[in-house]
Design a protein. Structure first.
Length: 173
């Protein structure tokens, strides 16, 4: 299937997708974002579409999975209160409302995360994205206990690297 044919087929389903997005999200703006993300993923993975398959079902599956993944991430972020990302979950302290400090902390957290070995960083990234331990274990093909141990190790290392940023230890003078 050529890119033009694929584009035409996706466009022909846009009205149905828009309605499906509204039913899923119950919010006009959120549904527009979901539709846009679905179409972007469809073009990104168009080589995975089998010509002759049901385009409507394929796009609907992409949209449903995208919606569920976004909900999972949002639920995780609300549950952990990630104003400052990982730092809050590591230290247990309330985040500072100083935006300059928040930006600095965000960069420090990103650097600390990047310095982790891949075997620790990947499960930590997946956990932050909202995946459950079982899903991480399945995705990485490792035992559940190994996932929990790696995330524990990553948290310990990050806590040590970011210890200077605990609110009671930050010196502003």
């Amino acid at each position: 299937m050529t890119a033009v044919e694929f584009s035409y087929q996706v466009q022909s389903q846009e009205g149905l997708l828009r309605g499906f997005a509204r039913r899923l999200t119950q919010d006009e703006e959120e549904s527009k974002d979901l539709l846009q993300e679905t179409i972007l993923k469809a073009f990104q993975y168009r080589d995975k579409f089998a010509p002759g398959s049901n385009m409507k079902a394929w796009l609907g599956t992409i949209m449903r999975n995208t919606f569920l993944n976004n909900k999972k991430r949002a639920k995780y972020q609300v549950k952990t209160g990630l104003d400052l990302g990982l730092l809050v979950s590591l230290s247990g302290n309330e985040p500072s409302r100083n935006m300059g400090l928040n930006n600095l902390l965000g960069e420090e957290i990103a650097c600390a995360m990047a310095s982790l070995p891949e075997s620790l960083r990947r499960p930590m990234d997946m956990m932050q994205a909202g995946y459950k331990y079982e899903e991480i274990a399945e995705d990485m093909g490792i035992p559940l206990g190994t996932v929990k141990g790696r995330i524990f190790q990553a948290r310990r290392i990050l806590r040590e690297k970011l210890a200077a940023y605990e609110t009671d230890r930050v010196d502003f003078h």
